[in-house]
Design a protein around this ligand. Structure first.
Ligand code: LCS
Length: 407
């Protein structure tokens, strides 16, 4: 057991040590990979007591409901977010699905932001209505619209901040003030994990992440996590994650996430500094119509981001649109040419990897969103999303220079 008082140390110290217990068998420093589906009992009585949770300490019985490697990952996430407990999942969508299934029943009403990741968009436009849940889509950053959308049967307000792919910032404390104590505020913080933003401290009831992105940070494992009160986490784990979804991460992936999280603070600093440099460069480019990045003073979310996001860190993802009529090309055609000419960014979905990734939301991550809903949320056909990696910012900017020249 670590001797460190996690609440009295800085993020950089906590993120390395939290959740890490020296292995009871041999004292291994790195958390071992408990690659096992089941756990043995000494006797029938011992098994029954462990199933009934009557034995003090952590006693996993089967890896779908609990595994020591995954538990270390959960405890690190709970400590990182300042939540009472956390539940790890096999993917971010496992987290989204488990949260909505845990708290929404037929006849309930939920409010979802008008722009969320394409997979989450499918959940709220198709899956939940099929289960008898009423859904309203609003711009959750618009307080009056949000207030007007609330009904007597509203049980949840769900949004991402910054959101995918518009990088729009929503005021978490203001949403909770509108929601009151009885409506659960669920924040998808994938684009801004700690130490950038602490959703629970700002008033959210539940924060979730696609671990696949910054928290694992190496582009080599899918994962998800949900953090909140012990009671909410018990419901999510026992009723949804291990039952209808059955989606725990593999112990090996939990180990990769634990490994990745040790450098989260360092990586985020570099992602954010690189994104700021590239955002400023793109904003000054004669080929670019608009850059969406809350770190830019020109961004409508800048003032809020300065209050809500910590340490001057605004995230590593930006979106931009090229001007129409660059060398006679439409914004969409010029964008395609640009992507094909860049040499460092990989044309790929996902984000938060060490490698810079570039994608076209209208035909990739948000292709499943109707064209009308895309336009209403600002996702034009010319929009390009860039997840700025850990390469040299100068190399990335030089690469854009040559790709613009090739248009
Ligand atoms: N939440 C957000 C904000 C996301 O961006 C994603 C995936 C998810 C949840 C789901 O997480 P997953 O199951 O993939 O771990 N976003 C992706 C994206 O923008 N490109 O590829 C995946």
């Amino acid at each position: 057991m670590s001797k460190i008082n996690m609440s009295s140390v800085d993020f950089e110290t906590m993120i390395i040590h939290a959740g890490q217990e020296h292995d009871s068998a041999y004292g291994a420093l790195a958390t071992p990979i408990y690659q096992t589906s089941t756990f043995c009992f000494d006797t029938v009585e011992d098994g029954a007591a462990k199933f009934a949770k009557q034995v003090p300490g952590y006693h996993p019985v089967y890896s779908r409901s609990g595994n020591p490697t995954t538990r270390a990952f959960e405890l690190k996430c709970a400590c990182m977010e300042g939540g009472e407990d956390a539940v790890a999942m096999a993917s971010g969508m496992g987290a989204v699905g488990s949260v909505v299934l845990a708290f929404l029943k037929p006849g309930d009403h939920a409010i979802f932001d008008d722009s969320v990741y394409g997979g989450t968009n499918f959940v709220c436009t198709t899956n939940l209505p099929e289960l008898g849940v009423e859904i309203t889509r609003v711009d959750t950053a618009d307080r009056e619209a949000l207030k007007a959308a609330i009904r007597p049967n509203t049980r949840m307000i769900y949004f991402e901040t910054p959101n995918n792919p518009m990088i729009k910032v929503t005021d978490i404390a203001a949403v909770k003030a509108v929601a009151g104590p009885d409506i659960r505020v669920v924040v998808d913080g994938t684009f801004a994990p700690p130490p950038l933003q602490y959703a629970l401290k700002l008033g959210a009831d539940i924060v979730l992440h696609s671990i696949t992105k910054y928290i694992n940070g190496h582009g080599d494992a899918l994962g998800g996590v949900v953090v909140g009160s012990a009671a909410d986490m018990a419901l999510i784990r026992n009723n949804c994650m291990t039952k209808i979804n059955g989606c725990p991460p593999s112990p090996f992936n939990s180990y990769l996430v634990l490994r990745g999280m040790k450098t989260l603070a360092l990586r985020m600093e570099r992602h954010c500094a690189n994104a700021m440099a590239v955002a400023k460069y793109l904003e000054s480019s004669p080929y670019v119509k608009h850059v969406y990045y809350p770190g830019l003073e020109s961004d409508p979310g800048h003032e809020l981001a300065c209050r809500q996001m910590e340490n001057g860190l605004f995230g590593g993802i930006l979106s931009f649109e090229l001007k129409d009529d660059v060398k006679g090309l439409s914004s969409f055609e010029a964008g395609k040419k640009l992507l094909n000419s860049l040499t460092i960014p990989a044309i790929a979905v996902s984000l938060g990897d060490p490698d810079t990734l570039i994608e076209h939301p209208a035909s990739m991550t948000h292709a499943g969103v109707s064209p009308e809903a895309r336009l209403a949320a600002g996702i034009t056909d010319g929009l390009i999303r860039l997840s700025v990696g850990l390469e040299s910012a100068r190399d990335l900017i030089n690469d854009f220079e040559q790709a613009f020249a090739a248009l």
